[in-house]
Design a binder for this molecule. Structure first.
Ligand SMILES: Cc1cc2nc3c(=O)[nH]c(=O)nc-3n(C[C@H](O)[C@H](O)[C@H](O)COP(=O)(O)O)c2cc1C
Length: 316
């Protein structure tokens, strides 16, 4: 048994994703058979927290078109012979957040990931399917081998997190809000602590792995949960973000006045979409579910890959 090298790359605005990464890496760091190198991404210009309303929404065109604000590349290792690269990131506007996109576009980042065995670790509100599709495409371009995907989300009801997540981002307070009507935003701290058992599974399996064994290490452990009722909304919203994002980028640079006018229109459109399209598609999905069972099962299996859902997760 040789010591296996793990590189963990992350960034977090509120510390939430750092805490998830701490929990997952704990058992790996405690193992004498694994050597962990942890790298914090450093955006050259820190993102604001809390966000101002305009800055928050003005960030979406460049985020969805993968044109990120740069990170400090000199803070990254030049290279390394890693047996596993863990890439921890959050979802912004149904796309990978800017810092991890900047990492994957940087020369050193590409070198670190190219051809490597990769695990993605996502911490977000609850809509990550399209973002992971984008991320998978970038990994394929680098011939990286995605072996696992672990996703932790806010387990409160979608309607509640639709209010609590932006309220958290725009005020800096997690809540609860509205006198307790809307529960506190973010991933349940107990779930974050429990994420260490994913780290244990990796610590158990990685040391004995053959170099060409790319089978998942988290299969059957419930590394992801697919909410099938969100699939259609995510697809529609993602397309809309791409179209409006392209228009806004043509109208002006981030912060430009004329861009802000179109952005105001877009925010109105977006809120209308979310409070109409999301529930309507969820209802349609529920009504047509009996007819679409085979298709939905295929979709679930596709989006849950490579780690898969918990063994007994038939429904949500
Ligand atoms: C600009 C912005 C856009 C976001 N968009 C989404 C989204 O589309 N889907 C989602 O599930 N969460 C979204 N979130 C929530 C983040 O994924 C994440 O949960 C939150 O920013 C806390 O992460 P951190 O403190 O670890 O950086 C967004 C957050 C920000 C700041």
């Amino acid at each position: 048994m040789t010591v296996k090298k793990v590189l963990a790359v992350g960034w977090s605005q509120t510390g939430q994703l750092d805490a998830v990464l701490d929990a997952v890496l704990g058992p790996l760091e405690a193992s004498s058979s694994v050597a962990v190198t942890r790298v914090q991404l450093r955006p050259l210009q820190p993102f604001p927290f809390p966000w101002s309303f305009w800055r928050f929404f003005d960030t979406f065109p460049e985020t969805v078109h993968e044109d990120p604000a740069p990170i400090d590349e000199s803070a990254l290792p030049e290279d390394g012979d890693y047996d596993l690269v863990i890439l921890a990131w959050q979802v912004w506007f149904l796309s990978p957040a800017m810092p991890i996109t900047a990492f994957l576009q940087s020369e050193r980042g590409r070198r670190l990931v190219r051809g490597r065995r990769v695990m993605t670790l996502i911490g977000c509100r609850n809509m990550w399917l399209m973002a992971q599709e984008t991320f998978k495409a970038r990994l394929r371009e680098l011939d990286a081998r995605l072996v696992d995907n672990l996703v932790l989300t806010d387990s409160s009801h979608s309607a509640a997190t639709f209010i609590s997540t932006p309220a958290w981002m725009l005020s800096g307070r997690r809540g609860p809000f509205l006198g307790g009507l809307v529960p506190a935003a973010g991933i349940d701290p107990a779930e974050i602590r429990a994420a260490s058992h994913f780290g244990e599974a990796i610590a158990r399996q990685l040391p004995d792995r053959a170099a060409d064994d790319d089978s998942p290490m988290l299969r059957g452990l419930g590394a992801v949960k697919i909410n099938e009722r969100l699939i259609a909304s995510e697809r529609i919203a993602h397309r809309s973000f791409r179209l409006w994002g392209a228009l806004l980028r043509r109208v002006g640079r981030p912060g430009a006045l004329q861009r802000r006018i179109v952005l105001a229109l877009y925010v109105l459109f977006l809120v209308t979409m979310i409070i109409t399209v999301v529930p309507i598609t969820a209802v349609i999905k529920r009504l047509t579910a009996p007819l679409m069972r085979a298709r939905i099962a295929r979709q679930r299996a596709y989006y849950a890959a490579p780690s898969g859902e918990a063994e007994n997760s038939g429904k949500n």
